[in-house]
Design a protein around this ligand. Structure first.
Ligand code: PLP
Length: 389
């Protein structure tokens, strides 16, 4: 058997796994999906089991457009929407359309570590744009773009997670979103807005998406059902200019195989037509909100002085800064020996950085585990600092 690097969770007995940014399986809407699958087979079986249209089944395209129109006040035109196999597949497909090996991709520092992997797999050279508590520094992105172009480099795209970022939980402010949309349009720079967490807000929705701020600009917005329903569905959607959608539709993969995950797309269409996605998302938001509160309280109680973190307003993650004499990757073996694990910050930086940060994901853990995990982490950090309780 081949030994492959593992990117899916292996939950180790006794280990509190803050490292995996995965949804909690106990929150999957299994019964609703079972009923939707049965209804899909009964009502649309012949369509749903055939090859599907490259853009996705018309029922799902209509349901996604209607839902976005209702929630955001902007109904995207049909030719700007494409059903995808989730954000990861869409990002890879976009790289194929928008870039050539050797091009530059601008990415936030820090950003989603596996997006870095997808971009690198396509031969892109990654250049980082710094960020702060308001999200990416758009002015720095503009300067970098000029510098790179002046050196004769081709900057193919900019990728970012604008709402409830993985790994920081931070959202780009409205002003910076607008500035980025203006930059994208002025410079003809494709911006890929990974909106995987945009719906998982706790008290209030995030600022309008960059895509909605500049309709018709070179912005591509990626939505996913992985975190709001279940990742095993492998389903999402892309909003982009009709030109980008057309180029994706004309790829051999879609011409040969038809729309991706066609049966799943029909099942999700049924769920949306039944109005069940909205009620389910309410449940997920409430669970995440509660877990965030439990974790923040536990961190305040257990982490030693010198550690700092922000309070995310949505999504899965708390980004902790350690005192500067501690390095997250160096400490990880001691933490795991003490029964707690996390993602070391440097994995989220395409260039240097992140040594003093760690990402805690609270999506997968129960309140009891969150409290105990924070306690174990606090002990490890105190021991490393030589601090007594
Ligand atoms: C920012 C971000 N984008 C994309 C993904 C993966 O999305 P999908 O399952 O739709 O491919 C994740 C999963 O952790 C993520 O955190």
């Amino acid at each position: 058997m081949l030994t492959l690097p593992n990117t899916q969770p292996v939950l180790r007995p006794g280990m509190i796994e803050f490292g995996w940014g995965h949804p909690d399986p106990t929150l999957f809407p299994v019964a609703d999906l079972a009923a939707a699958a049965a209804a899909t087979l009964a009502d649309h079986g012949h369509d749903a089991l055939g090859y599907g249209p490259a853009q996705g089944p018309g029922r799902l395209l209509e349901a996604v457009r209607a839902r976005l129109g209702r929630l955001e006040g902007v109904t995207p035109p049909p030719e700007q929407l494409l059903i995808t196999g989730g954000t990861s597949q869409a990002l890879d497909m976009l790289c194929g359309q928008l870039s050539r090996p050797g091009d530059v991709a601008l990415v936030e520092a820090p950003t989603y570590h596996l997006a870095l992997r997808i971009l690198r797999d396509r031969g892109l050279r990654l250049v980082t744009v710094p960020s702060d508590v308001q999200g990416m520094h758009v002015e720095t992105a503009a300067v970098l773009l000029q510098m790179l172009r002046a050196r004769g480099e081709r900057v193919a795209l900019l990728y970012l997670v604008a709402s409830f970022s993985n790994p920081t939980g931070v959202s780009l402010t409205r002003d910076r979103r607008y500035a980025l949309a203006v930059l994208a349009r002025r410079e003809g720079l494709p911006v890929i807005e990974d909106d995987t967490y945009g719906e998982l807000w706790y008290d209030a929705p995030p600022a309008p998406t960059i895509y909605n701020l500049m309709p018709g600009g070179p912005i591509v917005r990626l939505g996913s059902y992985a975190k709001v329903l279940a990742p095993g569905l492998r389903l999402g959607w892309m909003l982009a200019s009709s030109e980008v959608v057309r180029r994706c539709l004309e790829t051999g993969v879609l011409l040969s195989g038809g729309g991706v995950n066609h049966f799943t797309a029909h099942v999700v269409a049924t769920l949306l037509e039944q109005g069940l996605l909205d009620t389910h998302i309410e449940r997920v938001r409430a669970a995440l909100h509660h877990r965030r509160d439990v974790l923040l309280t536990a961190l305040s109680r257990h982490l030693p002085a010198g550690c700092t973190w922000g309070a995310p307003l949505g999504g899965y993650f708390v980004w902790v800064r350690l005192p500067s004499d501690l390095a997250a990757a160096t400490l990880l073996p001691a933490a795991e020996a003490a029964g707690v694990s996390y993602l070391s910050g440097e994995r989220c930086f395409a260039e240097a950085g992140g040594q003093h940060y760690l990402r805690l994901s609270f999506s997968l853990l129960s309140p009891v585990q969150l409290e105990e995990g924070a306690r174990r982490l606090g002990e490890v950090l105190r021991a490393a600092l030589g601090v007594r309780r």
